[in-house]
Design a binder for this molecule. Structure first.
Ligand code: SF4
Ligand code: SF4
Length: 560
């Protein structure tokens, strides 16, 4: 009887494994699908719209939905999917963590990968510990910070972290390594290697290999956090899920009155500890210990491993030995909430969003980004926009938007400029931190007001014609606006005491949309002679230039 029961639990455990693998594969496939739109270079004819719901996993994440609802008061349409996941959690607790979450699947795989550790070490690592309370504090900090207007909790959301980690760490790494290997093969002079290199290029071009390369400014920090979260599993299985994940804490809390419970038969148990060896969440499955409902992710490892049939899942209400409320003290949650309330004003002191803050010139947001205060209330730092940008123009911010803006997207024209007809990043943002923008809004065609993300300025001390009397019209040639925002005029310049008449460039700020093409192509390579700043960006009244003698205080908050 015990054997038959164990066999059926094993079957269900296999179902869970298959679901996890399929979910992780779908997650990676959606990222690859994004890459296939952009990896081999942007084609305006075919890349105008994103045909796949590449942000689907973010849409079904109820923690992200909660952040946006609390921080903006708006109810996003996609919240319905997160609501379904939350409703399922009311019945099944953290089953999402054990069966669906792609980041959870990555942790699970690394935790279980060989070489395994001795059973005694695994039992010790799988005992419930105090660090597991931390995730409830992270949840409290995040939700209260959201109420105070910041979606900074997105930094630790598992789907956001996994999307950011894979897109901005794994993809550039694979691109770099594979690109180098392909080049070495092609240049080896050995026929077989060259053939293999060509075949590999055909297979990976547009998915893992970018024509122009793919680098992430400041990506090392993103990589450290992502890799550390994964490597930690080798010491404590599913450490992130157990100790840090605010989504896990949310689902565990929601599942307090779930319909399933671990039913234990202490008499049948011979104390072998197999359930503890295999418990993925340190949820106390062994008879004689309290089962921690809010920790259990229904992985079914314990019931499949028990040789005596001493534990099984049954309907709640049956004789069971459990602790259903999250294992965290009220004081800890209150301290977390207080930190969440304090953190927003602390982080905003002296930044753009403070009442007397000044825009950072390097905080150039993607086209369609909403005003900075709302942007920080919406952006969950998932990196979708950065990943999909065909010109590799968007990068995770370090301090350009203050500490609160860590890993939100900023345009770095030196690496890539905003493609004139592209609207891809405006189509994939799961939280509407970047609103949808039409192509005619970007170009200012058909009478639509042009969306500006900044303005170009010349540094005449570095500009070749202005400073050195060397002819150069590269910026004018590349300026993509129509009519051109950069034009050259024959002007007398004095270089080393000699006067020469040269074509020198000027910017018309009324025509410039801040795309950064001029800065990108400027032949003065280290610090370009023409640089784009966020001045004049459409989204913010506070960033406007004083065209036509405008009021310098326009858009300021009262009292600032
Ligand atoms: S920043 Fe510009 S080029 Fe990059 S995805 Fe957005 S619209 Fe496209
Ligand atoms: S702005 Fe970019 S990083 Fe922020 S939520 Fe939208 S897609 Fe994600």
């Amino acid at each position: 009887m015990a054997r038959a029961g164990r066999t059926s639990w094993r079957g269900l455990r296999w179902a869970r494994r298959v679901t996890q693998i399929a979910s992780a594969a779908l997650f990676l496939a959606l990222i690859a699908a994004t890459a296939s739109l952009t990896g081999s270079g942007f084609d305006a004819a075919t890349s105008a719209t994103v045909p796949y719901p590449v942000e689907a996993f973010l849409d079904i994440d109820p923690f992200i939905g909660a952040l946006v609802v609390l921080s903006t008061g708006a109810i996003p349409g996609a919240l319905v999917f997160g609501g379904i996941v939350l409703a399922l959690a009311l019945l099944l607790g953290r089953a999402f963590c054990g069966w669906i979450c792609p980041f959870g699947a990555m942790h699970h795989g690394i935790s279980e990968a060989p070489p395994g550790r001795p059973a005694a070490a695994r039992i010790a690592a799988n005992r419930p510990r105090a660090y597991q309370k931390m995730k409830y504090v992270v949840l409290a900090v995040s939700l209260v910070a959201a109420i105070c207007g910041s979606a900074i909790g997105g930094l630790l959301d598992p789907i956001s972290l996994a999307t950011r980690g894979v897109s901005l760490t794994v993809v550039p790494f694979v691109n770099y390594a594979l690109g180098g290997a392909l080049e070495a093969g092609a240049g080896s002079g050995v026929g077989a290697l060259q053939g293999a290199s060509d075949a590999l290029y055909e297979a990976t071009s547009g998915v893992a290999v970018y024509q122009r390369g793919f680098l992430v400014v400041g990506g090392v920090l993103v990589a450290i956090v992502f890799v550390a979260a994964l490597v930690a599993n080798r010491w404590i299985p599913r450490f992130f899920c157990r100790g840090v994940c605010p989504l896990g804490a949310m689902l565990g809390t929601a599942g307090r009155f779930g319909v399933l419970a671990l039913v234990k038969d202490a008499e049948a148990c011979d104390g072998c500890g197999q359930c503890q060896v295999h418990c993925s969440q340190a949820a106390g499955p062994k008879p004689g210990e309290a089962w921690l409902r809010a920790e259990c992710d229904l992985c079914l490892n314990c019931v499949a491993a028990c040789p005596k049939g001493a534990i099984r899942f049954g309907l709640a209400g049956r004789k069971t030995d459990e602790k259903s409320a999250p294992d965290v003290g009220r004081r800890q949650v209150i301290a977390g909430a207080a930190l969440g309330a304090a953190i927003v004003p602390i982080l905003r002191t002296g930044t753009l969003t403070s009442p007397i803050g000044r825009p950072d010139p390097a905080c150039i947001r993607p086209p369609g980004a909403v005003d900075e205060e709302e942007f920080l209330a919406r952006c969950v730092r998932c990196g979708q926009c950065m990943k999909i940008c065909p010109n590799n123009a968007l990068h995770p911010a370090l301090d350009e938007a203050g500490i609160e803006g860590l890993w939100t997207p900023v345009l770095v024209p030196k690496v890539g400029y905003c493609e004139p007809t592209c609207t891809l990043c405006t189509q994939v943002c799961p939280t509407a931190a970047i609103r949808r923008v039409r192509e005619d809004e970007k170009t200012g065609k058909n009478g639509a007001p042009m969306v500006r993300i900044g303005t170009a300025f010349f540094d005449q001390g570095r500009c070749l014609p202005w400073a050195m009397g060397v002819p150069c019209t590269v910026c004018e040639e590349f300026c993509p606006t129509s009519p051109k925002a950069i034009t050259t005029r024959e002007t007398e310049v004095v270089v080393e005491g000699r006067t020469a008449v040269l074509k020198v460039p000027f910017v018309d700020p009324r025509l410039c949309n801040g795309c950064g093409a001029c800065e990108h192509v400027c032949p003065v390579r280290d610090r370009a002679a023409v640089r784009v700043t966020s001045a004049g960006e459409t989204r913010s009244p506070r960033s406007q230039l004083l065209l036509g003698g405008g009021d310098p205080t326009a858009g300021r908050k009262h009292g600032s």
